[in-house]
Design a protein. Structure first.
Length: 576
């Protein structure tokens, strides 16, 4: 840790979080090269090390480089040029990584989308970036085959999860899978695609680190789908920071639990371990209910997951003292807040399984590649999201301004640093709304999250700006209420499994709060409802107490596993 300095009151100047990092970590140089070059540089001398474990098939770094070369040659044979955008819609299979690295090597761009996004959304993504070539999952073929003419795409490479499976699993998969009859012109199998590039030489394209490398997609702060443009430098900067914070050593094992269209997974669970000489464990049809079995089988040292997936362990408690998961050095969660009781329960279970660390956590966004904060070892403060990564700066600004606030003052959380996205693809207006130049001349990304920093540089999230609901209190004064704050109180009741608070339009109050609640099994709704309201009366101002409570069997989730509060808002609007 570095020596503490006297504070000025401006966190972005003081950077008190740097005391948690060594001078070596703070001053570590960032690679000025492409994502592929960083991978190659760190692994070219270790060809026999294992790069990918795909359902038991172990792919060495030698094989990885060979397959990247074959894929790059096939793209070149298909006419892919430098800076051309190729859409990749694949689950967690080796071919997804071959495509990302191959496109990067030849100077093209990978547009990463959900492999099962649905026809209209998939065609939209094709046309948004004017992709001429797309690589899709075999299970999506029937969905888009008849309508591919409505898109810019002229060539579609269809990849099966069986293409890289171990022989026994490959045979078993093909026995039950539908046979696809591809025309060989517009639609082509992965095997045929690779074979066509066999006689093509691959010459890497040199480019600067600040050029577009990957497009990921997010709802951002508005809920509208947008393409997030990430550069080589963005991605490599994320990898370098995490490698130092977690003290990553060669040939560790990282379990990927989310598909590669999510930056949190693509970068932190796939590109990062590979760049650092580790093994990434790919499971194309990941089931959160099998997390215990995955850990037991693959013995990962690192898992970056979401709360929903960690909570699955609570339903799969083996109560067996012989279980030893001490190899799991870093269990991490992000994506959304975790209920404190469940976090403590998971930590107790991890301790029971001899995991040496409690759940680490962080705050991030696709627009920041992924994580911007992480909890330092030994400083995992309850209710916090950790401290900024060593190359990142953080400040809290007065809402809707760029004026920096001091310690313990609540405002909008903003980040600056080498992982701030290039911008939204084809949407400068949306980019300017979230990335702003402050008086220090730096590009600051406004997250839309509410929170505050303490004197130790620890960050706390208190709510979401876009979820501010205008209402009137008993004094008839217009005021703001925060659904996140209400939800935190609801979660303190032991019977509440899940909850979501929305505003309901009202002629008197403008909006009043309504709570949708999923109860734990066996709980009586009427009894619990009264108890919940009593808890709210004790912990919330009167205007934030839910006027209506509706119990549901479940709540909708986004593709990233978060509770979809926008779907609940739509549900309420539809009623009116």
């Amino acid at each position: 840790m570095t020596e503490e300095k006297k504070l000025t009151g401006c966190p972005s100047i003081d950077k008190p979080w740097l005391k948690y990092y060594s001078g070596e970590t703070i001053n570590a140089p960032l690679p000025e090269c492409t994502v592929y070059e960083y991978l190659y540089k760190n692994n070219k001398d270790y060809p026999s090390d294992i790069a990918i474990n795909y359902l038991g098939r172990k792919i060495s770094y030698r094989e990885l480089f060979e397959n990247i070369d074959k894929t790059a040659a096939a793209f070149l044979k298909a006419g892919v040029k430098a800076k051309e955008v190729v859409t990749v819609a694949l689950p967690s299979i080796p071919e997804a990584l071959y495509c990302v690295y191959a496109l990067n090597r030849i100077g093209a761009v990978a547009n990463m989308i959900h492999p099962l996004a649905g026809k209209e959304e998939t065609l939209f993504y094709f046309n948004e970036v004017q992709s001429r070539i797309a690589v899709i999952f075999s299970e999506a073929y029937a969905v888009i085959a008849d309508d591919i003419g409505k898109s810019s795409v002229k060539k579609v490479i269809v990849v099966s999860p069986a293409d890289s499976l171990p022989i026994p699993l490959k045979l078993a998969y093909r026995l039950k899978a539908d046979v696809l009859h591809l025309d060989g012109r517009v639609f082509q199998s992965w095997k045929a695609f690779i074979r066509e590039g066999g006689d093509t030489a691959v010459n890497a394209v040199k480019r600067k680190g600040n050029e577009l490398a990957i497009i990921s997609h997010t709802g951002g702060t508005t809920g509208e789908p947008k393409g997030v443009m990430c550069t080589d430098r963005n991605i490599n900067a994320m990898i370098v920071q995490i490698s130092h914070v977690l003290s990553v050593t060669r040939q560790g094992r990282q379990l990927a639990v989310l598909p590669p269209f999510v930056n949190y997974s693509l970068v932190n669970a796939m590109l990062e371990p590979l760049a650092l000489g580790n093994t990434t464990i790919l499971i194309p049809n990941y089931k959160s209910s099998k997390l215990f079995d995955y850990i037991k089988k693959y013995r990962p040292n690192y898992i970056s997951s979401i709360p929903l997936y960690w909570e699955a362990l609570l339903d799969d408690n083996k109560s067996d003292h012989s279980i030893d998961f001490s190899f799991l050095k870093y269990p991490i969660y992000g994506g959304e807040a975790m209920d404190l009781r469940k976090e403590e329960a998971v930590n107790r279970l991890l301790h029971y399984y001899r995991v040496p660390n409690v759940l680490a956590k962080g705050l991030g966004m696709t627009e920041l590649v992924s994580a911007a904060t992480l909890t330092p070892s030994g400083h995992n403060i309850i209710n916090s999201v950790g401290v900024p990564l060593p190359k990142m700066s953080c400040k809290i600004t007065e809402i809707h301004t760029t004026r920096e606030l001091s310690y313990h003052q609540e405002g909008e959380i903003c980040f600056s640093g080498p992982t701030v996205m290039l911008g939204y693809y084809g949407n400068q207006q949306a980019t300017d709304e979230i990335v702003k130049i402050h008086t220090d001349g730096q590009r600051w990304l406004h997250t839309g999250d509410l929170g505050y920093l303490d004197e130790n540089g620890v960050l706390y999230v208190t709510g979401r700006i876009k979820r501010i609901i205008m209402t009137k209190g008993e004094d008839q004064q217009v005021t703001k209420m925060f659904p996140d704050r209400i939800e935190k109180v609801l979660y303190t009741h032991p019977a509440v499994e899940l909850c979501c608070v929305v505003g309901v339009s009202d002629p008197v109050r403008i909006n009043y709060p309504k709570a949708y609640i999923v109860l734990k099994a066996g709980k009586d709704k009427n009894t619990v409802k009264n108890e919940i309201l009593e808890v709210c009366r004790k912990s919330l101002p009167g205007y934030m107490i839910p006027e209506a409570i509706e119990f549901l069997a479940d709540l909708p989730r986004t593709t990233r596993g978060k509770i979809d509060y926008r779907a609940m808002e739509e549900k309420e609007r539809y009623k009116t």
